[in-house]
Design a binder for this molecule. Structure first.
Ligand SMILES: [Mn+2]
Length: 232
């Protein structure tokens, strides 16, 4: 089965519980729509896991991009002393920054801004969408729009004639007052196939205390794990 998820924000434990719940195995694929890091305490542990699994496909979110921008700035200032640079970069992450290594930095730097498959597109925040419902394809969209767009998530934005767009970035509670995945179905469709949907909004506000959820591309259902009582 193929699953999409977004905005895990350093919640390694919750992510592991969710993967357990869906019996995630080597035969499955997980698409991660960015913002794996920051806010939570185990950003680097989570990164090392996700970037190390051959069947996990990640893209950049604005939080990974922010880290990379910092990395590029640090490299400009002291490019010779790599030990010092790495020490500096470790300070970026709240919690487990000391686990950061060059392998993880290099893998992060190699991540794309979107993934396009036959029936769906993964992007962090959204794609430009005009009033006529025509979206700009990801290869022509500006990087910062894909990373930080705040228009695409609006319920009244209805892309037409496009693949289903899976995205996160803004907690869905801002739209529906609930921490749940919003799957927007095309009119008159059954909802059993991913092509029956035009967009899947994945950010369930995990860093704000919400659950962590993922959406199964193949059976079109959402699965969640809640935070333990007393957790953030
Ligand atoms: Mn974001």
């Amino acid at each position: 089965m193929r699953y999409v998820i977004s905005d895990i924000h350093g919640e390694y434990g919750l992510c592991m519980r969710l993967l357990d719940k869906i019996n995630f195995s080597g035969a499955d694929t997980l698409y991660v729509c960015g913002d794996m890091v920051d806010k939570g305490e185990e950003s680097v542990r989570l990164l090392k896991f996700l970037l190390g699994e051959p069947n996990v496909k990640c893209i950049l979110g604005n939080h990974e991009y922010g880290f990379l921008a910092y990395y590029w700035a640090v490299m400009k200032n002291s490019p010779e002393d790599f030990d010092k640079v790495l020490e500096d970069l470790r300070g970026w992450f709240y919690g487990d920054g000391k686990l950061l290594d060059w392998d993880t930095v290099d893998k992060l730097e190699a991540l794309p801004l979107y993934i396009e498959e036959e029936q769906f597109i993964c992007v962090h925040a959204g794609l430009p969408c005009g009033g006529d419902g025509r979206i700009v394809p990801p290869e022509h969209a500006r990087d910062m729009i894909m990373l930080e767009d705040r228009n695409f998530m609006r319920p009244e934005v209805v892309p037409r004639d496009s693949k289903c767009v899976c995205f996160g970035h803004t907690p869905t509670r801002n739209i529906c007052n609930e921490d749940k995945i919003l799957a927007y179905k095309r009119p008159g469709r059954s909802g059993k196939n991913i092509s029956d949907y035009y967009k899947i909004h994945l950010d369930t506000g995990t860093w704000l205390g919400g659950p962590l959820g993922c959406f199964c591309i193949d059976d079109c259902t959402a699965r969640y794990v809640k935070r333990p009582l007393g957790g953030r």
